[in-house]
Design a protein around this ligand. Structure first.
Ligand SMILES: C[S@@+](CC[C@H](N)C(=O)[O-])C[C@H]1O[C@@H](n2cnc3c(N)ncnc32)[C@H](O)[C@@H]1O
Length: 243
């Protein structure tokens, strides 16, 4: 693989595809689509549907199974490092000798996504082109018509794991949370905190909720559990603000 185009596809809703992404998809000759195990199979389906919708010329679409992370490796960084090496090897195999390859990336490749890091593990390292995409955070703030930052304040984005283990980031008036395995907001004092929450944004199963954390929090946990029960997975993102 000599050239790799990473195409940010937004949330999967066709309205979130930029013209740049459409052009890159139409120019691609080989497109790789990862499958993340059966429970996320319909996410691979969303990617396939996007390709079908915008690409009319000849294109080779290759689906591949993402290697599973070895949870037996105790050290988190080492676990991730070995996983990335395994993924890079699978990409090379899936490309099957193609020199120019495009890959669809959820949201934007710069935000909580390892595709750029994995690409650096390939040998030789391919020339990389990034087509920016609309992030889940932008889809969230747009859906609620709410600003991401307070006036003149920094933007703080963290993970559910960090919110649980470290609490509210010092000095921040707002904090956006991604990659939450479930209800990390329950680990912080709810008093005077407002939440804007969104799950499966841009997909037919999209759910939104907002309000004082003490009141909206339990409702959100119930909606989240219902979505997981219905689909086998749920992706959510939220913004918390101290008032
Ligand atoms: C691996 S990160 C990928 C983020 C992506 N690169 C982006 O720019 O939005 C996955 C996390 O993004 C958020 N996410 C991605 N897509 C989402 C969606 N459609 N609805 C809600 N949250 C989403 C969730 O917090 C999920 O745990």
């Amino acid at each position: 693989m000599r050239h790799l185009t990473l195409i940010g596809i937004g949330t999967g809703h066709p309205d979130h595809l930029t013209r740049g992404a459409v052009g890159a998809l139409q120019r691609a000759s080989t497109i790789l689509i990862p499958r993340k195990g059966t429970s996320k199979e319909d996410l691979a389906g969303v990617r396939r549907a996007l390709v079908d919708e915008v690409v009319s010329g000849p294109v080779r679409v290759v689906e591949f199974d993402l290697p599973v992370r070895d949870e037996a490796i105790a050290d988190y960084r080492e676990r991730v490092d070995r996983w990335h090496a395994a993924i890079a090897a699978v990409w090379a195999q899936a490309a099957g000798g193609a020199e120019r390859v495009a890959m669809l990336v959820w949201g934007d490749p710069s935000l909580y996504d390892s595709t750029l890091r994995i690409a650096q593990r390939m040998r030789p390292v391919p020339e990389i082109e990034v087509i920016p995409g609309i992030t889940a955070l932008q889809a969230l703030t747009a859906a609620h018509a709410v600003p991401l930052n307070g006036v003149g304040e920094p933007v703080v984005i963290t993970t559910g794991r960090q919110l649980r283990s470290r609490g509210w980031p010092p000095g921040a008036d707002r904090v956006a949370v991604m990659l939450d395995a479930g209800g990390a907001f329950s680990a912080i004092p709810a008093e005077d905190v407002t939440i804007w929450w969104g799950a499966n944004l841009g997909l037919p199963s999209q759910a939104l909720d907002s309000g004082p954390l003490a009141v909206a929090g339990p409702r959100i946990l119930a909606t989240r559990a219902a979505l997981r029960a219905a689909h086998g997975w749920v992706m959510d993102v939220y913004l918390l603000a101290r008032v």
